[in-house]
Ligand binder design. Structure first.
Ligand SMILES: NC(=O)c1ccc[n+]([C@@H]2O[C@H](COP(=O)([O-])OP(=O)(O)OC[C@H]3O[C@@H](n4cnc5c(N)ncnc54)[C@H](OP(=O)(O)O)[C@@H]3O)[C@@H](O)[C@H]2O)c1
Length: 439
């Protein structure tokens, strides 16, 4: 049997501790399937005294992951610290500089520095694996990077944040407000104490930026993603969506268009009878649309210690099975120096269906005025309905419009024109509609 693969694990939190447990419990069968043992020779975290429920005896402890990457007796650095900068970034760079393979679950790091790190790895013939960074346990990176080579992708989209999906699911099922569901998610440990990063879509954007590069061969461009979170989704939107045959999901969508690549993260109406609409709770889903394969939807656990460790383990075993001196899988799907500059499509030229909810004063002519503003902007309506939520004679009424495919620019202009008329109560709600290819 070949020499053991020696790994150093930086970060012993939710994912790191699960990984240590699994590697220890399954050491024999992993050695058989990889043809060599996988040995944890070093670990690093902040607090040496913390009980992590795993046996760390005989493993060299480092207070600093960078020092472990520089000096540890390891072949692979497994980075499970997190964060785009600081310790995670420095330790990964130190490992690559020293000629070590790297496995990471860190989407923030890759979204920020992925191309640079890929170049470093490829120049030295090293592997930089990151399956767990997108959609946790779902093997989407391997599918895109290896299994679907040669396909031309047209669109990639998915539910990639379990916290948001949990909140939206609970709002619909229990009829509770966004705030109440967020509190519940925090109590159950599904949402961070500061949930901004999740609910405002940044976490999804990081993951999307990686999928965009794999799909379209362009450089990672996480700062050019159109971003809208779920915090202003109301229970009225959820009910109206359901009445119209839709469900609201926070989607990350990357799409090739005539003017460039669209990357957007926003609450989205998906048809109730589509498979992605059935993806509930903390579960993730990624849909890939390509010319040779057609449509592929992968659904599974997007987070959690074991599910994420499963993806990290797959990355480690790929390294254990790889042979030195052979061609490595390009980190980002094609050699990093051949990635094209990112050509951003303007959000104003996005084309699709729209749901628009307007609360208006109950006055003669308002309905006609709204219909006229839409027509003046060449927006063709699939439906326009008036709902009276309150019984009082002078109470505001809700008007809900669903458009056929139209340009975002036209919708913005029409909504601005409606706002200027002075009959709106509160802010208009605009939610984009996304239809799976086959729906
Ligand atoms: N949790 C998930 O479900 C999930 C899913 C997909 C991807 N990920 C990614 O996996 C990575 C780890 O996530 P996690 O949930 O396991 O995080 P976590 O529970 O917060 O654990 C982070 C670990 O890093 C250690 N650490 C932090 N700063 C450090 C420093 N300066 N020096 C040394 N050690 C340091 C912490 O040490 P102490 O324990 O001593 O404080 C802790 O063990 C992140 O990149 C995350 O985005 C997580």
């Amino acid at each position: 049997m070949a020499d053991a693969l020696k790994i150093g694990i930086a970060g012993l939190g939710t994912v790191g501790a699960s990984l240590v447990r699994i590697l220890q419990q399954r050491s024999n069968e992993l050695a058989v399937s990889c043809g060599r043992a996988i040995q944890i020779t070093a670990v690093s975290a902040r607090d040496r005294t913390k009980d992590r429920g795993v046996d760390l005896s005989g493993i060299t402890w480092f207070d600093d992951p960078v020092e472990m990457a520089e000096k540890g007796d390891i072949d692979v650095l497994v980075e499970l610290v997190g964060g785009a900068e600081g310790t995670a970034d420095k330790s990964v760079r130190a490992a690559l500089a020293r000629g070590l393979h790297v496995v990471t679950a860190n989407k923030a790091l890759l979204a920020r520095h992925g191309v640079e790190l890929a170049i470093m790895a490829e120049e030295k013939g090293l592997l930089l694996n990151y399956e767990a960074a997108v959609a946790g346990g779902i093997p989407v990176i391997k599918a895109m990077r290896e299994s679907l080579t040669g396909n031309h992708f047209s669109r990639v989209y998915g539910i990639m944040n379990g916290t948001c999906n949990y909140i939206l699911t609970r709002m619909e099922k229990e009829g509770l407000s966004f705030e109440a569901c967020l509190k519940e998610a925090q109590r159950l440990g599904y949402a961070e104490a500061d949930p901004t990063f999740d609910i405002e879509g940044n976490d999804t954007a990081h993951k999307l930026s990686i999928l965009t590069t794999l799909a379209f061969g362009s450089q990672i461009s996480a700062d050019d993603i159109y971003l809208e979170g779920i915090s202003n989704i109301s229970i009225e939107d959820i009910h109206a969506a359901r009445d119209l045959g839709f469900r609201i999901k926070l989607l990350g969508v990357a799409q090739r268009t005539e003017t460039g690549i669209e990357q957007r993260v926003h609450p989205t109406m998906v048809p109730l009878d589509s498979v992605i609409a059935q993806v509930d709770g903390v579960t993730n889903a990624v849909a890939l649309e390509s010319d040779i394969l057609g449509e592929l939807l992968m659904v599974g656990p997007g987070a959690g210690g074991n599910a994420t460790a499963s993806a990290v383990l797959g990355d480690i075993t790929d390294i254990a099975k790889s042979r030195p001196g052979t061609q490595q899988v390009p980190v980002l799907g094609r050699p990093a120096h051949l990635l094209e500059p990112y050509r951003q499509a303007q959000m104003r030229s996005h084309e699709g269906g729209y749901f628009i909810r307007l609360t208006v004063v109950d006055r003669t002519g308002v309905f006609a005025s709204i219909a006229t503003k839409m027509a003046l902007n060449n927006i063709s309506l699939e439906s326009i309905v008036q709902r009276s939520e309150h019984s009082a004679a002078d109470a505001p009424v809700t008007i809900i419009l669903v458009t056929h495919a139209t340009m975002e620019d036209a919708v913005r202009k029409a909504v601005a024109a409606i706002k200027s008329e002075g009959y709106l109560v509160g802010e208009p709600q605009v939610i984009r509609i996304e239809r799976p290819k086959t729906a």
